[in-house]
Design a protein around this ligand. Structure first.
Ligand code: CUA
Length: 311
């Protein structure tokens, strides 16, 4: 019967989060029925009756107090620990996950794969491999939701967020926008196609594309990034080779890991967190680049790390 109410389990996370969910519902139902039942029972059993006197009212019972404090208290701690473990796994994509970029806009999901293959609304992924989606929005709040995988995350304008999953069976699954984003919100969705790895590889080669890395290099030259980020000593901007994933020291003395979000911020609002040893000369590129172009640039910067040059 549960199959009619709940979507099928099609990811590693689904089979882990569902037992937790059912336990939570059961625990809440027991507490609710227990308290409600006793409330009704006591109000009938000890109602006021004419002529009946109820002389000695016990005001305190240590054993009872301990029981009804400690048992639910332990239940709550178990739920906390279990939930925190699950959330921790949910929040951090495993190393080596396949990365796919997703941009939400009114009212479609634009997807770009690692080799530049693009698709709209649909999402093709291989089975049995962790997939990391980097999400952002071009306009308002959207929310990427794949019920069969039990994953759901906001896509925010001006920010990168991410979610990850590993599909466990091939097939087609619905995906939705789960944040009311305007008149056509309910149409903003599509299908996830989970394919065998060899089918995915074949699909990936199937369409027209411009590799984001090359598009990024083109922008890097065209927008003049290369002038300051030349990589030479005495350059006006930091050398970007190997910067992705490295720890950067800021002017303020703070340290920050140069992840996608920091790189994005450095392009859009460069004055916010300037690298130590450099002047805040760089102009802001917000309103000058589309979200896809920012993602292309970041893909290019990441490729500078992948080539294994010394940092
Ligand atoms: Cu996008 Cu709702």
């Amino acid at each position: 019967m549960l199959n009619y109410i709940f979507p099928e389990q099609a990811s590693t996370y689904a089979t882990r989060v569902d037992p937790f969910y059912y336990s939570l519902v059961t625990f809440s139902a027991l507490v609710c029925v227990g308290i409600g039942g006793l409330l009704i029972y006591f109000s009938v059993r000890y109602r006021k009756i004419k002529g009946e006197s109820r002389p000695s009212k016990p005001l305190h019972n240590m054993a009872l107090e301990l029981i009804w404090t400690l048992i639910p208290g332990m239940g709550a701690m178990i739920i906390f620990a279990w939930g925190a473990l699950l959330y921790n796994d949910y929040a951090t994509a495993p190393e080596g996950a396949l990365e796919i970029d997703v941009v939400g806009k009114q009212w479609m999901w634009k997807v770009q794969h690692s080799n530049g293959m693009r698709e709209v609304n649909d999402l093709h992924v291989p089975v049995g491999r962790p997939i990391k989606l980097t999400l952002t929005s071009q306009d308002v709040l959207h929310d990427y939701w794949i019920p069969a995988f039990r994953v759901k995350h906001d896509a925010l304008p001006g920010k990168f967020t991410s979610l990850w999953f590993e599909a466990t069976k091939t097939g087609e699954f619905h995906l939705f926008c789960a944040e009311y984003c305007g008149t056509e919100h309910s149409l903003m969705g599509g299908t996830v196609y989970v394919m065998k790895p060899e089918d995915y590889a074949q699909w990936l080669e199937g369409g027209p594309k411009a590799a984001p890395q090359e598009a990024g290099l083109f922008l890097f030259e065209q927008r003049g990034c290369a002038t300051c980020h030349s990589g030479e000593s005495g350059a006006r901007g930091p050398n970007l080779v190997g910067v992705y994933g490295s720890t950067v020291t800021l002017k303020s003395g703070d340290e920050v890991v140069a992840d996608e979000e920091y790189l994005r911020e450095s392009i859009m609002r460069p004055a916010l967190r300037v690298v130590d040893g450099f002047a805040p000369l760089m102009p802001s590129f917000s309103n000058q680049l589309t979200e896809e172009q920012v993602m292309d640039l970041i893909t290019y910067i990441k490729s500078l790390s992948a080539e294994g040059e010394p940092e």
